[in-house]
Design a protein around this ligand. Structure first.
Ligand code: F0G
Length: 459
């Protein structure tokens, strides 16, 4: 066997990268008030801001786009989309949405009310926001192993079963309308949950007669980790592992911009006909008729094809190995990352990277700016700028739980030499880490401030 895992595709259409110099980038980032969200993407060389909607489609997906049927009602594109989800996941009722958060809004609007509690291994920020919008509270109960960023544990995306049981005891079954599991756990470092843990969560839900839902954004990546790391599944096809996960659940929300391998789209799925009826009523109000849900017919066809390709094991092997390649080479260079490497991203541990900076001095922002200026790489801070809280009355700042910078890998977009370049740039910034300046926030919005905040280095 050869040790090089090659990209299992060749390139038919190319997009030029816009090369810039460090001094040009210094000017661009000053103009963007040191917030990488405010850069123009043309000014970025390697864009690792997100793996969402940024993947490259296959020739079969482009062919499917041409087959898309734009009928308002009853389009064959919808039936192909529905049948791909039936085939992969087995949920009988499928409701298309324009992306994941629309599915979340509809699901929680139908299931939650004021005072309810929704446990999750870790809510993604839009999931949390949509739970809280119904005046319910979003309870994160990741496993204890997930708290130490340096610890290597195969299933850091697991839910803390003792904490789940305690939540039922404390709040009572009537206050918990559903339990959700995010696969893989994005806010927790792109880490997978084991089948054993998913089974335990499903069993606790069953005991309390409570619906169990999955945030299935990266379910194929999670299933591949199960195959690699859980003996029982070493010889099981990934597609079958996905089905086995879904068999334990009552339904899911999905952003097809991740493991749907599409640039837009999402869906809700359930086994409950009454719930599906209510979801479709809400869908018509804001998203569209139930056979398109805010998507074009061509998008539905691209997703139908993407859901077939995403469980191909040559693809998943390349996907997981290439993310790990970045993580392993950075680790070898001494760069502190959240261990072990996740499925869709590597999370630099900015707190250990720049220990001379306190959380309120925004080490993650300092690192994002340096990566951009040094090599035109765009990552995203997942730290105090994103999750810290500012008290406008006292001016005090409460730090976020961790100081991370996520380098998310778009699917099928960058080659190994792009990744080698990223390793070189990050290593160089690490060598000069003592020079990373302190930052402060000069302007911020009251909600989701990280998208639009202005920052400045403290001279
Ligand atoms: N759930 C998870 C776990 C996610 O990672 C995302 C999006 C969503 C739900 C919402 O889906 O964007 O289609 O509305 N994550 C992107 C990211 C934005 O960069 O991680 P959406």
């Amino acid at each position: 066997m050869f040790k090089t895992i090659i990209e299992p595709f060749r390139i038919k259409s190319v997009e030029p990268l816009h090369m810039t110099t460090a001094s040009e980038r210094q000017k661009r980032i000053e103009d963007a008030d040191y917030n990488v969200f405010l850069l123009k993407s043309d000014d970025v060389i390697i864009d690792l801001l997100t793996d969402s909607g940024t993947g490259a489609m296959s020739t079969e997906q482009w062919a499917a786009i041409m087959r898309g049927d734009e009928s308002y009602a009853g389009s064959p594109s919808f039936y192909r989309f529905e049948s791909a989800i039936h085939d992969l996941m087995g949920f009988p009722f499928v409701v298309p949405t324009h992306q994941g958060r629309a599915a979340e809004r509809i699901l929680f609007s139908v299931m939650c009310k004021e005072g309810d509690v929704v446990p999750n291994n870790s809510h993604f920020d839009t999931t949390r926001a949509n739970v809280e919008f119904t005046k319910a509270s979003a309870l994160d109960i990741p496993c204890v192993e997930s708290h130490d960023t340096a610890a290597v544990y195969p299933f850091k995306g697991n839910m803390d079963i003792a904490a789940l049981k305690a939540a039922f005891k404390q709040h009572g079954r009537d206050k918990i309308p559903l339990v959700m599991m995010t696969l893989t756990n994005n806010s927790g470092g792109g880490q997978p949950a084991s089948m054993a843990n998913i089974r335990d969560v499903a069993a606790v839900c069953k005991e309390h007669n409570t619906p169990f839902y999955i945030d299935a954004c990266r379910i194929a990546e999670n299933a591949y980790f199960i195959k690699l790391r859980e003996k029982e599944f070493a010889n099981t096809p990934v597609k079958q592992i996905v089905r086995e996960i879904c068999n334990l659940a009552d339904g899911c929300t999905m952003s097809a911009k991740k493991d749907g391998l599409a640039n837009i789209g999402g869906f809700l799925a359930t086994r409950n006909p009454e719930l599906a009826r209510k979801e479709k009523e809400l869908l018509i109000l804001t998203e569209g008729f139930p056979t398109y849900g805010g998507l074009a017919g061509r998008d539905l066809d691209a997703i139908a094809q993407g859901l077939k390709e995403v469980v191909e094991e040559d693809y998943l092997n390349y996907r997981i190995v290439s993310t790990a390649y970045l993580g392993e080479h950075l680790t070898r260079a001494g760069v502190p990352i959240l261990q072990p490497p996740g499925g869709h991203a590597i999370y630099l541990d900015a707190a250990r990277f720049a220990p001379h900076l306190k959380p309120v001095e925004l080490p993650g922002i300092a690192l994002c700016v340096a990566l951009y200026v040094e090599g035109g790489i765009r990552g995203v801070e997942i730290g105090t700028a994103m999750f810290g809280r500012h008290d406008p009355k006292t001016g005090t700042e409460t730090p976020g739980p961790k100081e991370l910078v996520r380098l998310a890998m778009p699917r099928r977009v960058y080659t190994q030499s792009h990744v080698d370049y990223v390793i070189e740039v990050v290593s160089e910034v690490y060598r000069q880490r003592d020079k990373l300046p302190r930052y402060r926030i000069t302007e911020q919005a009251p909600f989701l401030r990280h998208f639009s905040a202005h920052f400045a280095p403290i001279k």
